[in-house]
Design a protein around this ligand. Structure first.
Ligand code: ZN
Length: 139
């Protein structure tokens, strides 16, 4: 399956910033537009690679409205998991958990989002927004 990182190697996404940069680049590939008011000018937001509308001050992080929203693991690990699921969609969350040394429930959640994306779009898309909400107050 096509891996949604272009031709770049997974190894190059070894820092939070490298991952955020790629997500932001994909997200705003067609330019920025405020989701609240539609304004097209922005300045830098508080967090790395976030953007803030210069009109209504609405701030959007690079990961909001993407598959990594509310993701509780570091982005380089999340990218690795995307890579592993792309390579083998049948991999179990237990196997992911074992290989990545991340809690099985955490793996299960992200894998479910990836599978939902696959089901609806036929491929993994970092900008996919899962419909299933994970409940409030998660950051
Ligand atoms: Zn705005």
């Amino acid at each position: 399956m096509k891996i949604p990182f272009g031709k770049l190697e997974i190894e190059s996404f070894n820092s939070e910033a490298a991952c955020l940069e790629l997500i932001a680049a994909q997200k705003w590939a067609d330019g920025y537009k405020c989701r609240k008011c539609g304004h097209e000018n922005y300045c830098k937001g508080k967090t790395p690679f976030s953007r803030r509308c210069t009109r209504c001050k609405h701030e959007e992080s690079a990961t909001s409205h993407t598959i990594f929203h509310h993701c509780r693991i570091d982005l380089p690990e999340a990218f690795r998991m995307v890579y592993m699921v792309c390579s083998d969609p049948a991999i179990s969350s237990y196997e992911l958990s074992r290989q990545m040394e991340i809690r099985q429930m955490t793996c299960w959640k992200l894998k479910n989002k990836l599978l939902e994306c696959l089901e609806k779009k036929g491929q993994i898309d970092l900008l996919f927004e899962p419909e299933k909400k994970e409940g409030p107050a998660e950051n």
